[in-house]
Design a protein around this ligand. Structure first.
Ligand SMILES: Cc1ncc(COP(=O)(O)O)c(C=O)c1O
Length: 375
C-alpha cells in the first residue's frame, strides 16, 4: 500500500535541492570552520554562504543570523538570552511548548495573553499586559496547529515602543509566507530547517544588530560569541538552500481543495481557527462525535498520515492546549485533526484523502452509535 504524507507541520521531507547540497557538503567539506588551513576555510566559506542565503530570505544582515540546532534551541536562546531575574515576560497561550515551557522555566513573572476563538492574539491585550519591567514579548508568528498568522508587526511595535524586546517563533511561517524582519519589526525570530525541506538538527535565530543577547551555553567563540560549538556546516548549507528554494505558494490551492472537499462531504465537520490569515498549508478540522485519535489511526490504515494535535502524556491522550486556549471543549479538541500539506502533495492525493476521511468518519460514526447485540 502507498502512504501519503499530510503532516508537514510535524516535519517535512528533505527537498531534492537541500539533499544534494547536504550530501555534497558531507562528502567534501569536512573541515572545522574555525581552522585556518584550506579545509577550515572551505567550510567557513560554505557556512557564510548559507548565512547570506538565510539572511536574504529574512531581509536581514548575515551577521544577524545565529545558526543553532533547531527551533527549540532558537526559542530557548531568544528567551533565556534576553530575560534576567526580576524582569517580566509577555507571551500568548497558543505558543509552542518550546516557548511556553521555557517561559515557565525562566523563574520570572510571565503574563499569558489569550487568543480569541479564531486563534488570533489581540495586540490591545499585549499592550495592556506590559509592565515597566517587561523585558521581552514573545508571540508565535504562525501557529503550528491552526496555521493562524498573528498581527506580528502591530504587536512588535507595541512591545518596542514600551522598551521591551520582541521575539517571534517563526518556525511554521518561514519559507511558507513572506517574512521580512524589518517590516515585521522583530528583534529576534526563530526558524527551523526541517519544517521546510532541510534536515533535522539545524535552525537559526535572527538577532537584530545591537540586541544584547547572551549565550546560554559556555564554550568557544563561535557564532560571534552567541552560540558555542563546532558549527554544523552541512546542516547550515542545506538550510541555506532550503531558505533560497522553498516555495509553498502552490500549496494553498491544495489545502483549499481538501478543506472544501471535507466540509462539503461530511456533516458536522467544521474548521478550527480563522479561515483568513493562515499559512497556506494548514487546516484544522473538527469532526463532532468522533475521537480524533481513532480517525488518525483509521486514516493511517488507509495510507494517509495526519496529526490529531493531541499529545500523549503519562498514558493519557491530552487534548491540544492550543485548541483549548481558543475555547474548544476537551471533547471538541479531541475530535480535531490537523492536515498539514506540502509542496510534493498532489490533487490526486488530496482527492483520495477526502474519500478516505469520508469513509473513515462514516465508519466511526456507525460503530459509535451501534448498540452491541448482547447489550
Ligand atoms: C511553532 C514551532 N516552534 C518550535 C518548534 C520546534 O522546532 P524544532 O523541532 O526544530 O526544535 C516547532 C516544531 O514542532 C514548531 O512548530
Amino acid at each position: 500500500m502507498r502512504h501519503f504524507y499530510f503532516d508537514h507541520n510535524a516535519t517535512a521531507p528533505l527537498s531534492a535541492a537541500a539533499r544534494a547540497s547536504l550530501v555534497a557538503c558531507l562528502d567534501e567539506v569536512y573541515g572545522n570552520a574555525s581552522s585556518i588551513h584550506h579545509f577550515g576555510q572551505a567550510a567557513k566559506q560554505k557556512l557564510e554562504m548559507a548565512r547570506r542565503q538565510v539572511a536574504a530570505r529574512l531581509g536581514a544582515k548575515p551577521k544577524e543570523i545565529v545558526f543553532v540546532s533547531g527551533g527549540t534551541e532558537a526559542d530557548n536562546l531568544a528567551l533565556r538570552g534576553i530575560v534576567a531575574p526580576g524582569q517580566h515576560v509577555v507571551t500568548s497561550t497558543i505558543e509552542h511548548p518550546a516557548v511556553l515551557n521555557t517561559c515557565a522555566a525562566l523563574g520570572v513573572d510571565v503574563t499569558y495573553v489569550a487568543a480569541d476563538s479564531s486563534g488570533l492574539v489581540d495586540p490591545g491585550d499585549v499592550a495592556r499586559a506590559l509592565r515597566p519591567n517587561t523585558a521581552l514579548v514573545s508571540v508565535i508568528h504562525a501557529n503550528n496547529e491552526l496555521g493562524t498568522v498573528q498581527p506580528i508587526a502591530e504587536i512588535a511595535r507595541i512591545a518596542r515602543d514600551a522598551g521591551a524586546y520582541f521575539h517571534s517563533d517563526g518556525v511554521q511561517a518561514f519559507g511558507k509566507i513572506p517574512v521580512d524582519v524589518n517590516a515585521l519589526g522583530v528583534d529576534l525570530y526563530s526558524i527551523s530547517g526541517h519544517k521546510i525541506g532541510a534536515p533535522k538538527g539545524i535552525g537559526a535565530l535572527y538577532v537584530r544588530e545591537g540586541t544584547p543577547l547572551r549565550a546560554i551555553a559556555s564554550g568557544g567563540h563561535h557564532e560571534r560569541e552567541r552560540r558555542p560549538g563546532t558549527e554544523n556546516v552541512p546542516g547550515a548549507v542545506a538550510l541555506g538552500i532550503a531558505a533560497e528554494t522553498a516555495d509553498w505558494t502552490s500549496v494553498a490551492a491544495l489545502r483549499d481543495r481538501l478543506e472544501s472537499g471535507i466540509l462539503a462531504r461530511i456533516a458536522s465537520a467544521s474548521l478550527n481557527g480563522a479561515r483568513a490569515e493562515r499559512i497556506p498549508n494548514t487546516s484544522n478540522i473538527r469532526f463532532d462525535a468522533i475521537e480524533g485519535e481513532a480517525l488518525l489511526i483509521s486514516l493511517d490504515l488507509r495510507g494517509f498520515a495526519v496529526s490529531s494535535g493531541a499529545a500523549c502524556s503519562s498514558g493519557a491522550v491530552e487534548p491540544s492546549h492550543v485548541l483549548i486556549a481558543i475555547g474548544l471543549t476537551r471533547e471538541q479538541a479531541r475530535s480535531s485533526i490537523r492536515f498539514s500539506l506540502g509542496p510534493e502533495n498532489t490533487e490526486e492525493q488530496v482527492d483520495a484523502l477526502i474519500e478516505a476521511v469520508a469513509d473513515s468518519v462514516r465508519h466511526l460514526r456507525r460503530i459509535s452509535t451501534e448498540v452491541p447485540a448482547h447489550a
